[in-house]
Design a protein around this ligand. Structure first.
Ligand code: NGQ
Ligand code: ZN
Length: 470
């Protein structure tokens, strides 16, 4: 898709890493970075943004296919429903989707994410095989559909083919329901290798992802890290860890070590790593992650939806820990909603207000937004993010659905309004690496993407009811 390329922009009010700045002109390099920034009266005549502008956030964790099942698992079917009963429904759903469906779902999701304040995505992709569990003729078939979706929508993609081989700690045999995810190390290596050329041609970043310590053994993780050093050195490594209490219990039962401890035992966790969820941590583990420079990938709306628990954000941030946000199951697609939920989880636990602010950034939303933008960039293997020289030319214009009393008095409250009283989370233009992909809330391929999705959903609904009937 050919989008309009901007040479620069002039912001009346922009959130920079140092806080809000007025009358900021930024000039972009051909590769979509900010090459100069100055407070001036727009001598170059760049496109002017009257509404507040904030850096685009990279959504650091998504399973695109789950977007299409959002809302289908909110019915109690057991005396106690849990993450694990949700997972059974999710497996059932995954066994219904064709390659065309997956691509249509991913494009629809990515369109929503762009309109939700995100300019990048890290796709944690683990549906690899055909319905019967055999690899496609091209092993990377479904990954290529994700590439297509990213290109059509203009969302900046970091693609993580996931290694998935077992059903629990100790290398247990996978279940029938997991058959679309399962690969040998050799098959995985072949797929990763085949993805390198198309990723490079399209400007996507690649990384690796052992699904979890449940799905990959320590030996397999060591092999995956070697493979990454050979094929895609220095690229990101993501893993799900310590999301559920049962996972901590199973880890302890297996070798007496908690999941995060196990991870640090077996792997050189550093700033290239992203630990997804890390919900259940003891004091030592909070410190270990913060010190490592790894990003914690928080997915607050999904974690709330699945009943995971509350991340120790206050302790972790106090120790200098880096975090970003992910939409994960895609039950929600607005960055603002994730940040709101993150702050509210801490308020509810601590019975306080304005918890995740900082001394130098008292506005909660600005503090969370900038940190999540920086964490997302780190976890996705991209340049620094922030509206300053060297940052990505990826930004989002925040519009207001109705006049707000405090905005003329305190324009910087616009982001607080967006995050905590968004009333629909209105967004105007979205620019990704210098390209305007959303213009005044609209995407040029919107109609086609929405129609393709509707057609795919009709097919999926038919297959779901046929399978339910049998
Ligand atoms: C996933 N989702 O891979 O989609 C997981 C569930 C698992 C989240 N953890 C499967 N939110 O962890 O076993
Ligand atoms: Zn996940």
């Amino acid at each position: 898709m050919a989008f309009e390329t901007l040479k620069g922009a002039h912001f009346r009010l922009a959130l920079t890493p140092d806080g809000w700045v007025r009358n900021l002109s930024v000039q972009f390099s051909p590769d979509g970075l900010i090459q100069s920034a100055a407070e001036d009266d727009n001598p170059e005549g760049f496109a002017v943004y009257d509404n507040p502008v904030v850096p685009g956030i990279t959504d650091l964790h998504s399973h695109a296919f789950q977007y299409a099942m959002a809302g289908l698992s909110e019915v109690r079917r057991n005396p106690i429903d849990s993450f694990w009963s949700w997972r059974d429904i999710m497996y059932f759903f995954a066994l219904t989707l064709s390659p065309e469906d997956l691509q249509a779902i991913a494009a629809r999701l990515y369109l929503s994410l762009l309109k939700g304040g995100y300019t990048g995505i890290v796709e944690f992709h683990y549906v690899h095989n055909d319905l019967d569990g055999t690899p496609y003729a091209r092993r990377e078939e479904l990954s290529l559909g994700i590439f297509e979706a990213a290109q059509a929508t203009g969302l900046d993609l970091t693609h993580l083919p996931v290694f998935y081989a077992h059903s629990n700690f100790g290398g247990l045999t996978p279940t029938e329901g997991q058959r679309r995810f399962i690969q040998s190390l050799d098959g995985y290596a072949e797929m990763l290798d085949s993805l390198r050329a198309p990723a490079k041609a399209a400007g996507h970043t690649l990384g690796i992802a052992p699904h979890s310590l449940r799905a990959a053994t320590p030996e397999e993780i060591a092999k995956l890290l070697e493979l990454r050093d050979d094929l895609i050195p220095d690229s990101p490594v993501h893993i799900h860890v310590a999301e559920q209490v049962k996972e901590v219990e199973d880890a302890l039962a297996w070798n007496g070590r908690r999941p995060v401890e196990q991870l640090f035992d077996i792997a050189p966790v550093d700033a290239r790593w992203c630990l997804i969820h890390a919900t259940h941590l003891d004091d030592r583990e909070v410190g270990m992650i913060a010190k490592s420079g790894a990003t914690v990938g928080l997915c607050p709306m999904t974690e709330a939806n699945l009943g995971d628990g509350i991340f120790r954000a206050t302790d972790y941030i106090a120790q200098g820990g880096v975090f970003g946000i992910g939409s994960d199951s895609n039950i929600a697609t607005f960055a603002a909603q994730e940040l709101q939920q993150l702050e509210y989880s801490q308020r509810l636990r601590d019975r306080q207000r304005n918890v995740l602010a900082a001394m130098d950034t008292p506005h909660v939303a600005a503090n969370l937004w900038n940190r999540a933008a920086q964490g997302g960039a780190r976890a996705s293997g991209r340049p620094e993010q922030g509206l300053a020289v060297g940052g990505m030319a990826s930004f989002v214009e925040i519009t207001s659905p109705e006049p707000a009393a405090m905005l003329p008095v305190d324009p910087e409250a616009a982001l607080d309004f967006h995050v905590f009283a968004g009333r629909g989370f209105h967004i105007g233009d979205v620019v990704v690496r210098g390209k305007k992909v959303i213009s005044d809330g609209h995407h040029p391929l919107e109609e086609k993407i929405v129609t393709d999705y509707a057609v795919a959903m009709a097919r999926v609904a038919e297959r779901l009811s046929a399978r339910k009937a049998t």
